[in-house]
Design a protein around this ligand. Structure first.
Ligand SMILES: *Cc1c(COP(=O)(O)O)cnc(C)c1O
Length: 463
């Protein structure tokens, strides 16, 4: 792909179209980009459902033997092919050796997740000691807030997006109540300007500047789940710190999607799940980050034996030797059956590398945007033609791989027609279709097929 270095996705597509002497919208362009893609082999490391295997597909409108068009890795990543093998190994070990599995084999259950921490740290731009793999995302958010949110009469607010993911909203709301404060006063929600879909960084920084003295914790998502907006985490963190706030991020939609530098950005804490871009399977083992500078000062509010130093953990003398930093926040022994699929996925990330993934992602999502703008922009001379409005920022630095699409026609029908045709994407109420070409396993041809299929789906849903 070096030949396209420095070009925008649109320029790349036009360059290829000239080279091949075909229109920029031709499927040949996608095929060419796929051939040039150094990450292409990674698609083979995942199980990709066939169209006929999706329960929503309709054999009368599409060929069931094709690969489905899977653009929903933002919701649930595909299964890595090594996952069932690793799981079977542990099931066999359990069957054959029982309790000895805790300490035996290549993946001793008593510390198996420790072997994944470095790979996970690389994905989020952290040091190994700054990362723990445990629990689910919302649980981790609670555990972190219990230590970072220490409201006082003058500094009691948590700053978050008005349209935060419901679980984050509830977590923050209940944490505020738990401390005896009133969410009406202590939950400071920031909304986009009237008529706008996404938040402006300047507006976020402005609230922090003006109200920072009363804000205990700034808590944003890394990538907004609904709009796909990637926040300027470095700038938000810096602004929060200037005012003496702790700054944390929910990286559910950012981990494995955007290049993160949690350590370098000086983020205080973060949490994320692993079943979206990180492909660990529904309910997979989640991650948590605490910056090493808090290693000794920030302690867990709740403790369990898994926070005890491994060397003496099993001495059972009831004298806590707390592991420093986020490791000390671990409570229970880890679910080995969740460690296996996460290992399978992180090994693929380790081979591919986040910076290569991001490089492809910029072109892949740029290509999707290019084709949407080409075919489905609003055209005043054709007032009855359905059109698509992309609410995700057009600036690639402000988004990951997902584009959130709004339609001029009712979305439910469009979504159903897409599903019938073997597209897996996701609809969010009230009006957004989220489409996420994932650089690890999606191809340029997937994007091209999606655009063609969308044409058919729109036609069918307007008839
Ligand atoms: C997916 C997601 C969650 C889900 O939380 P779980 O605890 O894993 O069920 C929470 N917050 C955000 C921002 C998400 O994107």
């Amino acid at each position: 792909m070096e030949q396209f270095e420095g070009l925008t996705p649109a320029q790349t597509v036009e360059r290829v179209s000239k080279l091949l002497n075909c229109p920029p919208t031709s499927a040949q362009v996608a095929e060419y980009l796929d051939k040039q893609d150094p990450l292409r082999p990674f698609r083979g490391e995942f199980f990709l459902p066939k169209v006929s295997e999706l329960p929503t597909s309709d054999p009368s409108v599409t060929d069931g033997s094709l690969d489905c068009i899977y653009l929903v890795g933002n919701s649930l990543g595909l299964q890595p092919k090594l996952a069932p093998r690793y799981l079977q190994e542990e099931l066999d070990k359990w069957a054959k050796t029982g309790v000895h599995g805790h300490t035996d084999g290549s993946r001793p259950w008593a510390w198996a997740e420790n072997n994944l921490e470095q790979m996970m740290a690389d994905v989020v731009g952290a040091k190994r000691e700054e990362v723990a793999l445990m629990n689910g995302l919302t649980v981790n958010l609670h555990l972190l807030l219990l230590s970072f949110y220490k409201p006082t009469a003058s500094r009691h607010k948590i700053l978050l997006e008005s349209k935060a993911f419901p679980s984050d909203h509830y977590a923050v709301e209940s944490q505020i109540r738990l401390r005896g404060f009133n969410p009406e006063e202590s939950m400071r929600l920031v909304s986009p300007r009237p008529g706008e879909e996404t938040l402006r960084t300047e507006d976020i920084l402005d609230v922090i500047e003006k109200e920072g003295q009363s804000i205990a914790v700034v808590m944003f998502s890394g990538v907004q789940y609904y709009t796909g907006q990637l926040f300027d985490m470095a700038a938000i963190t810096e602004a929060g710190h200037k005012k003496g706030c702790y700054v944390g991020f929910d990286c559910a939609h950012a981990a494995g999607n955007a290049v993160l530098k949690l350590h370098d950005w000086d983020v205080d804490f973060a949490c994320w799940c692993s079943y979206k871009y990180l492909n660990s399977g529904a309910g997979g083992l989640a991650g948590a980050f605490i910056h090493e500078k808090h290693k000794d000062a920030i302690r867990p509010a709740l403790m369990g034996w898994w926070g005890h130093d491994l060397k003496t953990r099993f001495n059972m003398n009831n004298v806590m030797e707390l592991q420093p930093g986020v490791s000390g926040f671990r409570l229970s022994n880890q679910p080995i059956l969740l460690v296996c699929p996460l290992q399978a996925s992180l090994e693929v990330f380790h081979k591919a590398g986040m910076s290569s993934l991001r490089r492809k992602s910029l072109l892949l999502t740029g290509y999707l945007e290019y084709l949407i703008l080409h075919y489905y922009s609003q055209d005043p001379s054709q007032p009855h033609r359905p059109y698509v409005h992309i609410i995700t920022p057009s600036d690639p630095r402000q988004r990951g791989c997902q584009l959130s699409l709004c339609f001029s026609v009712p979305i439910r029908r469009v979504f159903q027609e897409l599903e019938k045709r073997g597209v897996a994407c996701d609809m969010r109420e009230p009006s957004v279709l989220r489409v996420a070409p994932v650089p690890l396993y999606n191809s340029f041809s997937d994007v091209h097929r999606f655009i063609e299929t969308l044409g058919g789906a729109l036609k069918a849903s307007c008839s």
